[in-house]
Write a protein that binds this ligand. Structure first.
Ligand code: BGP
Length: 471
């Protein structure tokens, strides 16, 4: 199938390892521990009492050459990677670390040499740690121009090599209480060691930080296009899909309200160039007043996005009454849907939800759609040097079916990038055992293992699928 990107997605901090290698600074993710009593902590100081999964990752930093060669066997034509700001600018500002830049230059060249389009996330929920202490993360407007300086380096270096950019990962995650505080990297009021999933919420701080990110994203779009008018920009959106638990009208009303908050609040700014009146009502309701200058309003109008990148894993069911059975999901949790199965991590599996999402948001924003994360986190069993992961094949295939169905209807879907195409560290839990990949990595949750790569059953399936797609 021509003009369709099919491939995989990764995030630097979940795969690279290579902590502080070649002059890199440390990042927020480097302060995130493995699971301790079912919690993932952030420690303000790095402590020998904890295991920090990002420090070693799957050593993609040193092993990417072989990994890209292996992945290229499947025929993928695209790979989403993220760049670690702290490798490029160890202090988040000031001096550039040329070794870090060289690393990504080599990685991008390696992709291109294998006919793999690099799709680059500039900021995947991670900033140089020092910026959280010096500026209180995205709450400070200082970060806007620091981010811009970082973007400028990337745009100048890769202007002839990278076309598709993602300014921020899951930017609308900032709409979620607590989670948004983490994404804003605002840890000022937290103790020295704290549960990353339980940061006390402050909507004023969170929404101001989000506004600053929206401005930074728009500025990046405008700057990028001045470097290469062919650049295509999106942020990635966390998808919110929910069904009314009953036919009670208020169940649907509750969903609609959540959609306006989780999806439209950010998407209206990023595609239409301004906050909707609904956003303004929302601030009133919360008693929040944001600092938004008229110059920033112009920046938002000028730097709108070209395509709609989003992650999709699962859906929920909503009731206007208190629900008892709940499911987790990608940052958003919600009610359990009696018609759908859940994964081992209690994430609902719902390929139809992907179809529904594509149709709905393509009709609303009318820009090309790209799925930049989708997959099944599962415990794989290694036996006889292979992994029989039919459950993953089923998951991926059913979601691809939904995409093809949406395309038939006329939705302009330009790509599908499965999450964690190689097994990597889980973002929410820090586990290795929550595996998404078609390529197995021998490593456990405590950091032990040979790091050997093994092709799973799904690896061979993906290869066949892609080859059929191209016929
Ligand atoms: C998204 C993140 C990814 C990724 C994915 C799966 O929110 O953008 O980085 O990890 O979720 O989540 P997890 O790794 O927690 O299973």
């Amino acid at each position: 199938m021509n003009n369709f990107y099919i491939g995989g997605a990764l995030a630097a901090q979940q795969c690279e390892g290579g902590y502080l290698c070649d002059g890199a600074g440390d990042s927020v993710s480097d302060h995130m521990t493995g699971l301790v009593d079912r919690k993932r902590y952030i420690t303000k100081e790095i402590s020998s009492d904890y295991y920090y999964p990002s420090h070693s990752g799957i050593d993609f930093y040193h092993k990417y050459t072989k990994d890209i060669d292996t992945l290229a066997e499947t025929g993928i034509n695209s790979l989403r990677i993220s760049i670690s700001w702290a490798r490029i600018m160890p202090n988040g500002e000031g001096e550039i670390n040329s070794a870090g830049l060289m690393h990504y230059s080599d990685l991008i060249d390696k992709c291109i040499a294998n006919n793999i389009e690099p799709i680059v996330t500039i900021c995947h929920n991670d900033i140089p740690y020092i910026l959280t202490e010096k500026y209180d993360g995205w709450h400070s407007k200082e970060l806007i121009d620091l981010y811009l300086n970082y973007c400028q380096i990337l745009f100048d270096t890769f202007k002839d090599k990278v076309k598709y950019w993602i300014t921020f990962n899951e930017i609308n995650g900032c709409m979620i209480e607590g989670v948004g505080m983490f994404l804003a990297s605002y840890f000022k009021d937290c103790p020295n060691t704290f549960d990353m999933h339980k940061i006390a919420d402050n909507p004023m701080v969170r929404l101001q930080a989000l506004h600053n990110m929206l401005v930074a994203s728009s500025k990046a779009v405008t700057l990028g296009k001045s470097r290469n008018s062919e650049f295509k920009f999106s942020a990635s959106f966390l998808s919110f899909v929910s069904y009314p638990l009953t036919a009670h009208p208020l169940d649907t009303t509750a969903i609609q309200e959540n959609e306006l908050i989780f999806m439209n609040y950010c998407a209206d700014v990023m595609f239409n160039g301004e906050y909707s009146t609904l956003a303004k009502e929302y601030w009133k309701k919360l008693g929040v007043e944001l600092v938004i200058t008229s110059e920033e309003e112009k920046i938002l109008r000028d730097g709108t996005l070209d395509y709609f990148a989003f992650s999709y894993y699962s859906s929920t069911a909503t009731s206007h009454e208190k629900q008892t059975d709940s499911v987790y999901g990608n940052l958003i949790s919600g009610g359990k849907n009696p018609f759908l199965q859940v994964s081992e991590w209690n994430w609902t599996m719902d390929p139809d939800g992907l179809y529904n999402f594509l149709v709905k948001y393509y009709s609303q924003y009318k820009v090309p759609m790209m799925i930049v994360e989708n997959g099944l986190g599962a415990n794989d069993v290694l036996a006889n040097d292979t992994i029989e992961d039919n459950y993953r094949i089923q998951y991926l295939e059913s979601h691809l079916d939904s995409i093809m169905k949406a395309k038939k209807l006329g939705v302009n879907v330009i790509g599908y990038l499965m999450w964690g195409i190689i097994d990597i560290v889980s973002a929410s839990t820090g586990q290795m055992s929550k595996r998404y990949g078609i390529l197995y990595v021998e490593k456990d949750d405590e950091g032990n293992g040979s790091l050997k790569r093994i092709r799973k059953q799904s690896f061979h399936w993906y290869k066949d699928y892609i080859s059929n797609l191209n016929k």
